[in-house]
Design a protein around this ligand. Structure first.
Ligand code: UTP
Length: 292
């Protein structure tokens, strides 16, 4: 597998007004934008070709992964090698391409925009605002399951029953591998009582190219958007399909498009850093002792 698609064309309404003129994927998590963690995850899984599905405000994303000659020259002149390396790292990470979504008609519609670039190969999809702790990666296992089965694979996480209505939800059967389940049905953002399990789809997918034909004929679903979950539901029992599998994720994951999860991501990632962790933890302990 060589290619990853990262949709970044959503409106980011949960984070307004910060996302009025800046994509939510560019919000800093400590000192890197969220999207850089996602591209680093792609590269760590051995994929080098990234297609971003962009919308309005795409400029900051393109600039971040491009060379900035003036800045690099200024840092080189100052002899600031550490910052120069950090700036260059982003532009040398991967081979990044961009395509515009046009109207943001949903995640399924965004993925369909990748059809021409991806062609007839299986590919990964990573949501650009969803961070997965690099100490517990899930993409390599998902790629392995996709290669073994020829099917599509989603990342699943157990969530409390009262939170399942915020996610796509999976009905599953066990397999020989306890980390892997076979998916028998999917519902996008189920209403109370409609959820077949407490297993939620999180923002990582490995998709067989047959998904594109299904997306072409998938109409608007929940929220009047073209839902990737609905297309995957069709693939669970379509003739000739190799089915859909789930890998159950147990590590740390943050939805940085959600304000509270964003704050948790910043605090936890900063606490784990050698340069900031001990000072921040000391301050946090003191702060927590002073609040109710
Ligand atoms: P979200 O539902 O989190 O994105 O979509 P959103 O619509 O921007 O968020 P809110 O609810 O308004 O705050 C998940 C991912 O899919 C992308 C988003 O950019 C995000 O990475 N997406 C969503 C698209 O690229 N296009 C779309 O039409 C919808």
């Amino acid at each position: 597998m060589r290619k990853a698609v990262i949709p970044v064309a959503g409106l980011g309404t949960r984070f307004l007004p910060a996302t009025k003129a800046t994509p939510k994927e560019m919000l800093p998590v400590v000192d890197k934008p969220a999207i850089q963690y996602v591209v680093e995850e792609v590269v760590s899984a051995g994929l080098q070709d990234v297609l971003m599905i962009t919308g309005r405000n795409k400029r900051p994303l393109e600039d971040h992964f491009d060379k900035v000659d003036g800045l690099e020259a200024a840092l080189a002149k100052k002899g600031d090698d550490k910052k120069l390396a950090a700036v260059r790292h982003a532009s040398e990470l991967a081979d990044i391409h961009y395509v515009r979504q046009g109207d943001p008609k949903g995640l399924g519609h965004a993925v369909l925009k990748g059809r021409q670039h991806v062609g007839h190969e299986p590919f990964a999809v990573l949501l650009g605002d969803d961070l997965i702790d690099p100490r517990s990666p899930i993409l390599p296992k998902m790629i392995d399951v996709a290669e073994r089965t020829g099917g599509s694979v989603v990342a699943l996480m157990e969530v409390p029953p009262e939170a399942i209505h915020l996610y796509g939800c999976a009905a599953v059967e066990a397999t020989d591998d306890e980390e892997v389940v076979k998916i028998t049905g999917l519902v996008e953002k189920p209403s109370p009582g409609e959820a077949p399990s407490n297993l939620a789809i999180i923002g990582r997918y490995v998709l067989a190219p047959e998904i594109f034909d299904v997306l072409e004929t998938t109409g608007p679903g929940r929220g009047n958007e073209i839902q990737l979950t609905d297309a995957l539901q069709t693939l669970t029992d379509a003739d000739g399909s190799n089915g859909v599998y789930g890998v159950v994720f147990k590590g740390a994951r943050y939805d940085t498009g959600d304000k509270l999860d964003y704050l948790k991501a910043v605090v936890q990632i900063a606490c784990d850093r050698d340069d900031l962790g001990s000072d921040l933890k000391a301050w946090l302990k003191d702060y927590v002792a002073r609040i109710d």
